[in-house]
Ligand binder design. Structure first.
Ligand code: NAD
Length: 257
């Protein structure tokens, strides 16, 4: 078991990457606090973990709210006595996110509140708990769009993920000597709710796949495996990195037919 007796808080736990990571971390021996705004699907994540004999509790929180983030960390400490791993993974891609001219200010602000402030707040309350544990790990979910310009505009989302990388770099440097490793996970295009809602026609899906050398969407399970590496002691000298798990999209100029 690669995470035996570690205590992990995972946000965005009701779906996609967050859910698969909860299942995998629990299977690897972690005690999981699964956090999401979606109580119904969050409960389903917990049911799946309990069915396989894992340990987990659900905590309903909106990561853009300070009080919620404080309480999600407190839940880990109260339930399981400590915090070792914080996965700031919850994120949104608004259906009305567009180019700079056509994106409403409210869409931009909401995207930043969840995708950027959510990461900041997780760290604000998570770092003191990690210090008490003698160190630990933070993983922040960014995206390949933080590194590459997309022709399908989503200006608020793209900017928010760039901010996640900047946050991650500074956090990693500032907390390196406290034995806290902080890395960003940069998924490529995935077959999850979030992207499939956005690429809602076969034509849009194919348009995106043209750029992926592997010629397919990634799976949430594949992101969970990458998060497991970053969370485990196997990555003990890895901090401040932008871990691209993207089917080769960030390396491609022209993709094979
Ligand atoms: P998803 O939509 O399947 O899951 C996201 C989860 O976050 C949902 O359960 C949702 O309820 C929760 N959530 C949304 N707002 C929240 C809030 N304010 N507080 C708490 N929970 C909230 O998406 P996913 O594909 O699993 O995405 C997870 C992360 O990966 C996101 O940060 C996303 O931006 C990033 N990402 C996804 C892709 C992709 O192609 N799907 C690519 C790169 C990065």
């Amino acid at each position: 078991m690669r995470l035996k007796d570690k205590v992990a808080v995972i946000t965005g736990a009701a779906s996609g990457i967050g859910r698969e990571t909860c299942l995998l971390f629990a299977e690897q021996g972690a005690k999981v606090v699964a956090v999401d705004i979606n109580e119904k699907e969050g409960a389903e994540t917990i049911r799946k973990i309990h069915n396989t004999g894992g340990q987990a509790v659900f905590f309903k929180a909106d990561v853009s709210k300070a009080a919620d983030c404080k309480n999600m960390i407190n839940t880990a400490v109260e339930q399981y006595g400590r915090l070792d791993i914080l996965f700031n993974n919850a994120g949104i891609m608004h259906s009305k996110d567009d180019d700079a001219v056509n994106t409403e200010e409210e869409v931009f602000d909401l995207t930043y509140a969840v995708n950027v402030k959510g990461v900041f707040l997780g760290c604000k309350f998570g770092i003191p708990a990690l210090r008490k544990s003698g160190g630990g790990v933070i993983i922040n979910t960014a995206s390949f769009v933080a590194k590459l310009g997309a022709a399908t505009p989503q200006i608020a989302y793209t900017a928010s993920k760039g901010a996640v990388l900047a946050l991650t770099r500074e956090l990693a440097v500032v907390h390196a000597r406290e034995n806290i490793r902080i890395n960003a996970l940069c998924p490529g295009p995935l077959k999850t709710e979030l992207l499939m809602k956005f690429l809602d026609t076969e034509e849009k899906k194919q348009r995106r796949l043209v750029h992926v050398p592997m010629g397919r969407f990634g799976l949430a399970k594949e992101m969970a495996q990458a998060a497991l590496y970053l969370a485990s002691d196997e990555s003990s000298f890895v901090t401040g990195t932008e871990f691209m798990v993207d089917g080769g999209i960030s390396s491609a100029y022209v993709t094979p037919e």
